[in-house]
Design a protein around this ligand. Structure first.
Ligand SMILES: Nc1nc2c(c(=O)[nH]1)N[C@H]1C(S)=C(S)[C@@H](COP(=O)(O)OP(=O)(O)OC[C@H]3O[C@@H](n4cnc5c(=O)[nH]c(N)nc54)[C@H](O)[C@@H]3O)O[C@H]1N2
Ligand SMILES: Nc1nc2c(c(=O)[nH]1)N[C@H]1C(S)=C(S)[C@@H](COP(=O)(O)OP(=O)(O)OC[C@H]3O[C@@H](n4cnc5c(=O)[nH]c(N)nc54)[C@H](O)[C@@H]3O)O[C@H]1N2
Ligand code: SF4
Ligand SMILES: [Mo]
Length: 752
């Protein structure tokens, strides 16, 4: 097929960068944090601190960027008054300086050109030319199809600025992989059960818990900062930890009970736990009586879901299921059933999350010390602007009634609606994206490639030459988070807090902050009233003043905390607490699911098994990397250069695989990894599965450190199981086998 939009590997001229060393993860006992930044040769008196909050992941820890007298960034340190960091950053946050110093960064705007022979390349462009081009395309799409046909994808703070521009323009056709590829099922399930979302940072009182139950959630590899700190405190206080994971994960190693479950069977285990609590009469009767709806129906529903029944499905011994259920009951209500975060696993994920919510309800582990707490965030008043125009249709209309409990746009729906053959009623004709690397975070790469060939225009705002920029018509280089003002961070927590991000240094090269980029496009579209300021600091100062502080004060303190105003932290301190559900109660029986046509109770259904000689691909995080965004960061690259594929010794034996041997992977649809990956032979994984850390296997040669290191899990995820309730894409439904010979030996490369 002739491609309208071939993948271009952006060329970058190398400039020297100061490599700052980072002390590797070390420490005695249970410490995951580097205690001191080893590359710090100067005293604090010689350095100027500038408040920021981190963008290496989305925990948004606040801290200070320290700059020396020559204008060099020397270190980033947590702000002790920040409830998200408690004064300490994780290794990735400390190493965030590498995002600024990365010599492979995008340096100028780029525009796609086609040579006479049909081949394509990027040419450097001026900001004016690139911005004009985008604004003109937006006008054209609006005239031809209406602004709604301009879809957009986003993540993080740049995505927030993009969303403001697009709403002012008239499009709400948006989605982020952090919903349908991440926590969407959790939102739908907890909203239906408790009438509130779990939110971020998760409202888990791990610090004071007596029992922490982790279903998947691999805290310690998943490095969300205060969550890791609090788990460390819980361990010090001898809290019981129960980890359910087919892999002996970092938290499994700290657990009293590790349940090496057969992947895809968690609902059966959860229902058996519920069965034990009810039929052994050890559930929290006060809570159930006072706050819940549907207990009798639940009791009937789980009647036959005994530990013996679950054993046949999960491979977890009935005795272990009973003992762990009793352990939870013994500590109730000071139990955290961790609701998880990346929960799109098998396509029935909203129901699994419901089962976790029901289990929480039976333990009364909601609104008590040591359980889930009632979070509060501060509302930041909006800088004066006209209301956004009404849209004729938005992301929800794309779904045409499918996925009725979705509360945010579904990435795969926008992508499919861009492909004419799927014949969506509303068609998407052009894309904008900011802060998301779709080719590595979306399942089904062939679908993505087909969609990107179908659209009329694609512009990308990024800091790095990532896979996504290779498909763009126009690429805009954003300044890194250390070089820009940004939104006020108003985090939810036990009490509200706000944090400032300000530039510590001038943007390198010709990069610009997203707030500036969207304002320039907005002005070209005649949307000045939505961007009624010259500098974003004016917006911040106005907003800070509305909440009783100022930019001047925040530049000094970085973080401000506030007392709660929404009500007490604990349930018992309310007179009559009403849950925001249809019944005003915790819905063990979900009336919302029922009226949307779904089962009001979770039911275990078997999922497809790996074919012969194939193994289920499961994946997760490594402490020193975030998704696909950090592999080229020299500080973090230094700590981990590539991923491996974890293989059980019995499987290694069968295939005569040695530790460290390089293999290529092939999935059930014949998809191949772009690169080879080293085998890690380990007892820490079940024999029926293999495990990889997500984010490696970059295919853009201009990522000089990350290119070709390890393999991409995404390449193996050609198939996904769609959650009918909210549109999540279950991604652990792919099976891989090993190739010992280089499959590309006699082939032209097809990478990216
Ligand atoms: N260092 C680092 N930390 C991060 C991130 C990062 O990129 N880097 N990303 C952040 C984000 S956005 C998210 S969403 C979270 C994701 O982190 P989590 O929410 O913790 O992700 P999970 O998918 O729950 O956890 C992965 C674990 O699930 C196990 N698993 C696989 N299949 C099954 C199964 O069928 N049943 C059970 N019980 N377990 C299974 C795997 O073996 C692995 O240990 O991490 C956050 N923290
Ligand atoms: N196969 C597979 N797919 C997954 C997952 C998985 O584990 N495996 N995890 C899922 C989860 S939990 C999530 S949350 C999503 C996340 O998926 P994404 O949203 O795609 O991931 P991010 O790392 O947030 O986005 C990476 C992009 O942001 C760019 N970027 C970094 N900083 C900035 C900045 O300051 N400004 C701009 N403009 N761009 C910046 C990076 O260069 C990169 O191109 O992926 C999901 N998809
Ligand atoms: S958890 Fe780490 S990477 Fe994420 S925001 Fe905090 S310091 Fe940054
Ligand atoms: Mo996520």
């Amino acid at each position: 097929m002739k491609t309208r939009r071939e993948f271009i590997k952006i060329s970058t001229a190398g400039v020297g960068a100061a490599a700052i060393g980072l002390q590797a993860l070390k420490g005695k006992g249970f410490k995951w944090f580097p205690e001191k930044f080893s590359g710090d040769p100067v005293s604090n008196e010689d350095l100027t601190p500038y408040p920021t909050y981190c963008e290496v992941c989305f925990w948004k820890c606040a801290g200070y960027t320290y700059v020396d007298k020559k204008g060099k960034i020397r270190k980033i340190v947590g702000n002790p008054n920040d409830p998200n960091s408690n004064g300490r950053l994780c290794p990735r946050g400390t190493g965030g300086i590498g995002m600024y110093y990365d010599e492979d960064r995008l340096k100028t705007p780029l525009i796609r050109e086609t040579r006479k022979d049909g081949s394509q390349y990027f040419r450097r462009a001026s900001w004016d030319e690139a911005l004009d081009k985008i604004a003109n395309k937006m006008k054209e799409i609006k005239e031809k199809y209406g602004p709604e046909a301009f879809g957009f994808f986003h993540h993080g703070t740049p995505g927030g600025h993009l969303a403001h521009l697009m709403k002012a323009y008239g499009s709400e056709t948006d989605a982020e992989p952090a919903y349908a590829q991440c926590r969407g099922p959790r939102s739908a399930a907890y909203y239906a059960t408790y009438g509130s979302y779990i939110g971020s940072p998760e409202c888990t009182d791990i610090r004071d818990t007596r029992c922490l139950v982790l279903i998947g959630s691999h805290i310690g590899e998943n490095m969300h900062n205060t969550q890791v700190q609090e788990m460390s405190m819980a361990i010090d206080q001898k809290a019981t930890i129960i980890t359910v994971d087919p892999r002996f994960s970092t938290p499994a190693a700290k657990s009293k009970y590790w349940l090496p479950i057969k992947p895809s069977t968690d609902i059966a285990l959860l229902m058996a736990w519920i069965h034990v609590l009810i039929y052994e009469d050890i559930y929290n009767k006060d809570f159930v009586k006072k706050y819940t709806f549907g207990f009798d129906q639940l009791k009937e529903h789980v009647k036959d879901m005994t530990p013996e029944w679950a054993y046949g499905i999960t491979t977890i011994e009935p005795d272990l299921i009973r003992r762990t259920a009793r352990e939870m009951a013994g500590h109730a209500p000071a139990v955290v059933i961790h609701p998880g975060r990346h929960v799109v696993w098998y396509g029935d994920d909203t129901q699994r999350e419901r089962a976790m919510g029901i289990l929480t309800g039976l333990l009364g582990a909601w609104g008590y010390r040591g359980s889930l707490y009632i979070p509060e965030a501060m509302e930041i008043p909006k800088f004066p602007q006209p209301p956004y125009p009404e849209t004729k249709w938005n992301w929800k209309d794309l779904n045409e009634g499918r996925f009725p409990l979705a509360t945010m746009g579904i990435t795969t729906e926008i992508i499919r609606a861009s492909v004419p053959k799927y014949n969506y009623k509303h068609k998407v004709k052009a894309w904008l994206s900011a802060g998301t690397n779709l080719p590595l975070s979306m399942p089904d790469k062939p679908l993505f490639k087909e969609a990107v060939q179908s659209i009329e225009f694609f512009a990308v705002i990024d800091t790095m030459p990532m896979e996504v920029t290779g498909y763009a018509d126009v690429v805009l280089p954003e300044a890194t988070y250390l070089e820009r003002y940004d939104f006020i961070r108003a985090a939810q927590n036990r009490y509200p807090s706000i944090a400032l991000r300000m530039p510590a240094v001038k943007p390198k090269y010709e990069s610009k902050p997203a707030w500036w980029i969207v304002k320039q496009i907005g002005e070209r579209l005649g949307l000045h009233d939505y961007f009624n300021y010259d500098d974003y600091s004016e917006v911040l100062d106005w907003q800070f003043k509305q909440v009783g502080t100022s930019l001047e004060e925040m530049k000094k303190i970085g973080v401000k905390t506030f007392p709660r105003t929404s009500g007490p932290l604990y349930l018992d301190d309310y007179e009559n607490f009403e849950f925001n559900t249809n019944t005003g109660k915790v819905e063990l029986y979900s009336t919302e699911f029922e009226s949307a046509g779904f089962n009001p109770f979770p039911v275990y259904k078997p999922h497809p098994e790996p074919p012969q000689n194939f193994y289920r691909l499961i994946y997760g995080r490594a402490p020193m990397h975030t998704f696909s965004r950090t592999q080229n960061n020299h500080n973090l690259w230094d700590l981990m250069k590539q991923n491996t594929v974890w293989v059980h010794p019995s499987v290694a034996n069968l295939w005569s695989l040695k530790n460290g041997e390089k293999v290529w992977l092939k999935n059930q649809d014949g998809a191949l990894t772009d690169f080879s990956v080293e085998v890690r032979v380990t007892e820490r994984i079940r024999w029926d599965s293999v495990y990889m850390v997500h984010g490696f296997g970059h295919s853009d040669k201009k990522l000089t450190r990350a290119y070709g290191r390890g393999a991409s899990d995404e390449k193996m995820i050609t198939h996904y199981a769609m959650d009918p309730i909210m549109g999540g894409t279950g991604m652990r439904v792919n099976f891989v086998t090993f190739l010992k010979e280089d499959p590309y030996k006699n082939k032209k490369e097809d990478k990216g």
